[in-house]
Design a protein. Structure first.
Length: 147
């Protein structure tokens, strides 16, 4: 009996959600020159699906949150769980000189991402969010990969 109780307590601990559950998504992008600061930028558009309670909508995500911003709930989750809670972002750059380097974009994403809840299904326990982000591209590059 006590062994069975320990098993169920262990199982409930494993089932407790402390990590985001990402169901999938898509990303599209366009590259443009921003005349305001004379830089080239990538405009990223994201569509992401999450298990309710683990995504940017926050601990509870009712249907009334549809078409609302996730800025505050995302910030609260990142403050509580850490900057990498929703994943880390990285940019690989190859300069025209042939040198390749990586740049961590997680902080840029954290501070510049605009996101809103598109749809919520409480019965099936998912939320669908859209987001946009502008990332500056370094000068004199041969290619850039954003991951």
């Amino acid at each position: 009996m006590s062994l069975l109780l320990v098993f169920f307590l262990s199982l409930s601990g494993c089932l407790a959600v402390d990590n985001p559950i990402f169901y999938g998504g898509s990303m599209s992008f366009s590259i443009f020159h921003d005349d305001r600061d004379n830089t080239d930028k990538v405009h990223l558009k994201l569509l992401t699906g999450w298990k309710i309670g683990t995504g940017p909508c926050g601990r509870s995500c009712p249907r009334s949150r549809t078409r609302t911003s996730t800025i505050q709930s995302r910030k609260n989750m990142l403050d509580k769980k850490g900057d990498g809670y929703f994943g880390n972002w990285d940019m690989e750059v190859r300069k025209s000189s042939g040198n390749t380097y990586h740049q961590n974009l997680t902080t840029i994403v954290k501070t510049n991402l605009t996101e809103k809840v598109e749809s919520v299904n409480p019965r099936l326990e998912w939320e669908l969010d859209t987001a946009e982000l502008f990332v500056p591209i370094p000068d004199q590059v041969q290619y850039v990969d954003i991951m």
